[in-house]
Design a protein around this ligand. Sequence first.
Ligand code: DI6
Ligand code: FE
Length: 403
Amino acid sequence: MRCDRVWRNARLATLSSGLGVIERGQVASLGDRIAWVGDEAEAPAFEATEEIDCEGRWVTPGLIDPHTHLIHGGDRAHEFELRLAGASYEEIARAGGGIVSTMQATRAASEAELVRAALPRLDALLAEGVTTVEVKSGYGLSTAHELKALRAARALAARRPVTIRTTFLGAHALPPEFAGDPDGYIDLVCSEMIPAVAAEGLADAVDAFCEGIGFTIAQTRRVFEAAASHGLPVKLHAEQLSNLHGAALAAEFRALSADHLEHLDDAGIAAMAKAGTVATLLPGAYYFVRETKVPPIAALRAAGVPIALATDCNPGTSPLTSPLLVMNMAATLFRLTVDECLAGVTREAARAVGLLGEAGTIEAGKRCDLAIWDIERPAELVYRMGFNPLHARVFGGKTTWTR
Ligand code: DI6
Ligand code: FE
């Protein structure tokens, strides 16, 4: 069998179902695709341009971060200090800080400056074996600045070996020029921003922040209807700080995912299970805002709702760029199993961004995105804190980094 590269002597966690372990595995690539994967005892005779001996290392799919706000200007370290002194996230937001302060810094930045600011955050993800990242707009909050943010997000893929999925999050917060008129702002999101984003093909999905400090269920429904009328799938920040029943609305629109979900109830879980909507959990935000209500993991599990994990990398509630630490937090704080954590940053994360046909597992026909690890067992990826055992990263069949 002709191919470009063969990785031999690998312990594979293919994630095709469960961990999908193959103890003596091989993977072959042709172009940017996986041409063959399986047990070495069943491997065909390869005619490969290059052979790589993995020396018994573990190989997983390239990791996927399915919820980030990588594109933003400035930081919020000062607000962090205010919170340490006792102010709450909601108090800071209501006092004009929070998302609106990041909006000002984002509006002041050019597209090139937004790219430059995001690259170190992206590089931190890639250094832990990430090969696909979802990136939201949502700090521009005007048509021109939202389009600029989405273009900056797309531009990241030209600067680094990574697949970028963009999500339009115009309904993230109320910009000051619409103070007192959230419905007027939602009019703009629906009748101007979404059509413009769709016309330029700048977004793969549409998201909203359905929350007391964000938008109501009725406003979120209008955003989803506008997205649907342009053929765009939806996602939702739901049930993070309170229960507005956003997850059920998301499920009604067959959302790819509903994210956060600390305050999710049984009706929301049932609706998500029926619609196949992924629960994307963001333990970094839970940790950073010192939330105490844990998402209903046991009920999600019992209902068969797929669970993905993401950094939520954003300056206000989760300045986090480590999928490895996300897995550790999901296990420690939410009691996810090792298998659930690994599926959460691979297969289920791919599902949450609508790319399961392309990524998230090591299977023939998918993109050859791999992470090769210096570990003895998969649990080490979840167990350690602040330690990175990545040995090599493969993107589209090419080694892009190796220790
Ligand atoms: N939920 C969050 O946790 C972030 N956005 C959202 O909708 C917070 C974003 C920020 O504070 O800048
Ligand atoms: Fe978020």
